[in-house]
Design a protein around this ligand. Structure first.
Ligand code: ADP
Ligand code: UDP
Length: 241
């Protein structure tokens, strides 16, 4: 499948049309941004890692019965995906307090929850992705009640699968962001990416951060952390394509 016209260039990926109106090609870049685009930089090799990791995790989720947009990995940075109409919600699942949760509620990072939590932001850069609840999402017409129920059910199932997978790699899944979209027939599937850009991943033994917080917080060793988390994933997923 060949890249057609460039439909959209985002902060981390480019999106191309294809000959098939139901399929897109996403191309992962090394560009990194944080704080709604205020901080910008490059993480060398990130595009390759995020592409391969996201695809491996989506294949794993598909095997566990979660429908995703993944179709075919075309090259180290390019993947064929099912085209969806993105539901403009950032769905965040958390197992342990960190980031904006710790700040908002005045708790330490690293507090393990008895049960995972979920929250939604309105995916709207101009507004800075404000937090909202299900009723706000309904009021704004961002999704209907059934879609929100499906999104919640999938998100917690995805958390169970990913938490177990990362545990087997010696990594604690702290939190992550998901995006969902609608297929032409209205079915809701997982879209976008699952990568160190969109997850917090801590070494289970040392607590070392192996994700984008190294870039956000200027911790150094950014490329090394992306390579290390990829090495651990590949050790577990070899031969599962
Ligand atoms: P952003 O838009 O936040 O800068 P990216 O650089 O990752 O993010 O751009 C990718 C864009 O493609 C995002 O807006 C995302 O919602 C969208 N997208 C992801 N998967 C699909 C898909 N399967 N179909 C249509 N759009 C998608
Ligand atoms: N996240 C993301 N995109 C966003 C906001 C958050 O992928 O626009 C991810 C982030 O990597 C983390 C989780 O969602 O794994 C929770 O992020 P949080 O709300 O704590 O926000 P942050 O501290 O990154 O501002």
């Amino acid at each position: 499948m060949e890249k057609g016209s460039l439909l959209y260039e985002g902060k981390a990926k480019k999106v191309y049309a294809t000959d098939d109106p139901d399929l897109l090609i996403v191309s992962y870049k090394d560009d990194a941004t944080a704080f709604n685009g205020l901080k910008r930089g490059t993480i060398v090799g990130k595009g390759v890692i995020n592409n391969r990791m996201s695809n491996a995790l989506m294949r794993l989720l598909e095997r566990e019965g979660i429908p995703t947009h993944y179709a075919e990995e075309l090259s180290e940075r390019d993947t064929l995906v099912k085209k969806v109409r993105i539901i403009p919600l950032e769905v965040i699942v958390r197992n342990i307090s960190a980031g904006s949760f710790a700040k908002r509620y005045g708790v330490e990072e690293g507090m393990a929850f008895a049960d995972p939590t979920i929250e939604f932001s309105y995916k709207n850069d101009a507004l800075g992705d404000p937090l909202l609840n299900e009723y706000h999402a309904l009021a704004l017409g961002l999704a209907c009640r059934e879609e929100i129920e499906t999104i919640k059910e999938y998100s917690f199932r995805i958390n169970d699968v990913l938490k177990d997978f990362w545990r087997s790699c010696g990594v604690t899944l702290v939190d992550f962001k998901l995006e969902f979209g609608r297929l032409p027939d209205g079915r809701v599937i997982l879209a976008d990416e699952i990568s160190p850009d969109t997850c917090r991943l801590w070494d289970s033994k040392t607590g070392e951060k192996l994700d984008k917080d190294r870039f956000r917080r200027d911790l150094g060793g950014v490329e090394e952390a992306y390579r290390e988390i990829m090495r651990r994933l590949e050790e577990k997923t070899e031969g599962t394509r």
